[in-house]
Design a protein around this ligand. Structure first.
Ligand SMILES: Cc1cc2nc3c(=O)[nH]c(=O)nc-3n(C[C@H](O)[C@H](O)[C@H](O)COP(=O)(O)OP(=O)(O)OC[C@H]3O[C@@H](n4cnc5c(N)ncnc54)[C@H](O)[C@@H]3O)c2cc1C
Length: 350
């Protein structure tokens, strides 16, 4: 068996019990930087990847009874792991939990389904409405949690019902209204429920070819605009509506502040799109957080607006927090501002 000697005592005994309950689904001493989209993070004591609903029920009953703290991890395309790793149980949803079924206009999908594959299957059935997510590299569970999307849409627009499991092992169902979807927000961000599956309604166009062409065009635009070769987590900041009206979207504002291409350690504000931070090969989470802090500080000084981070930082204790809050805590000293506050015309980007 893998080394579990460094895990905290309650987790150490839980790991042994879980290995007996769910053989083959429990991984110890996992290098988070290998799992991470950003390629940063220390060692996680234990990650469990349940494969069936029965395994999830067993797992939740176990963690509930033993009061084991946990955090849910999808494909980490919106997550920054800590350099210090993870000391609580990570529950990972991915390929092991990814069934999808389509009947007429209705699509049922488990949380581990890969979002681009979801969009492809919906399109193949002649259904329209999922094209905007075809280039988003995440799991469906993470997408629903973030109400992610593009082209000014969110996945919540097509959701009829989301099924979750609560920390005490109960199954809950939420219709679209009770999901409280808003721009990159959902009710799930304020709960410990795990999203298991969702039911969607799409329009039937019957024009599978036209839908395919529209997806190809979206993918082409994304390839031109976004960095693809270096590890990144997509857009780091969400748009602040008041700032957008006055100055434009985050990428344009960061660029106007002269920060495009700025390097700190192994991290860099992408020279291709300033709302992306890339790992040039040896970045740490701390390097990324420094740049997040520097961007926020500079933008605040130049425009008077605060930009919240979309990306979430996962503390070693399993707390999820918008990355800018962690960055502020670490680098409270304001980053040097090189130009006086002034106004500028913002070009538009994403
Ligand atoms: C290159 C690139 C481009 C991107 N483009 C876009 C874009 O255009 N639009 C957009 O909205 N996003 C975009 N993203 C961000 C990201 O892909 C989405 O937010 C994504 O769907 C998150 O899914 P994930 O599986 O990676 O979740 P993770 O990053 O692993 O997790 C994100 C959050 O969701 C929670 N979570 C994950 N799964 C579950 C579950 N089953 N139950 C409960 N909570 C869960 C996690 O705890 C975490 O808090 C992009 C990312 C990258 C790297």
């Amino acid at each position: 068996m893998e080394q579990i000697g460094n895990a905290r005592p309650d987790l150490r005994s839980a790991i042994a019990a879980l290995q007996a309950l769910m053989p083959g689904a429990v991984y110890t001493d996992v290098d988070l930087s290998a799992l991470s989209r950003w390629r940063v993070g220390g060692i996680a004591d234990c990650i469990v990847a349940p494969r069936t609903l029965d395994e999830i029920r067993t797992l939740m009953r176990f963690v509930g009874d033993a009061e084991i703290p946990y955090v849910v991890i999808g494909s980490s395309s919106n997550l920054m792991f800590a350099d210090e790793g993870l000391r609580v149980l990570g529950i990972h949803f991915g390929a092991e939990f990814s069934q999808l079924r389509i009947e007429g206009n209705t699509v049922w999908s488990q949380a581990g389904v890969w979002v681009p594959e979801f969009a492809r299957q919906v399109a193949r059935a002649g259904l329209t409405g999922a094209e905007h997510v075809c280039g988003i590299p995440g799991t469906l569970g993470g997408l629903i949690y973030m109400n992610g999307g593009s082209q000014r849409k969110g996945i919540g627009d097509n959701i009829a019902e989301v099924t979750t499991i609560t920390p005490s092992g109960d199954i809950q169902r939420y219709d679209q209204t009770s999901c409280s979807f808003a721009y990159r927000a959902s009710r799930f961000q304020a709960s410990n429920d795990i999203i298991l599956e969702a039911r969607f309604q799409f329009d039937h166009s019957g024009e599978a070819d036209a839908i395919r062409r529209s997806m190809l065009s979206i993918l082409r635009q994304r390839r031109e605009k976004f960095p693809r070769k270096l590890p990144n987590c997509g857009s780091v900041f969400v748009s602040n509506p008041a700032m957008y009206d006055e100055y434009g979207p985050p990428g344009a504002v960061i660029e106007q502040c002269g920060l495009k291409g700025v390097v700190h350690g192994g991290a860099q504000i992408s020279p291709l799109h300033a709302n992306f931070i890339v790992n040039n090969g040896r970045a740490t989470a701390s390097d990324l957080l420094y740049l997040i802090h520097k961007v926020r500080d500079t933008v605040r000084a130049r425009t008077g607006y605060d930009m919240p981070a979309e990306v979430r930082y996962l503390t070693p204790e399993g707390e999820l927090t918008p990355a800018h809050l962690k960055a502020e805590q670490l680098f409270r000293q304001p980053a040097p501002v090189t130009a006086p506050a002034n106004r500028f015309d913002a070009a538009s980007s994403r």
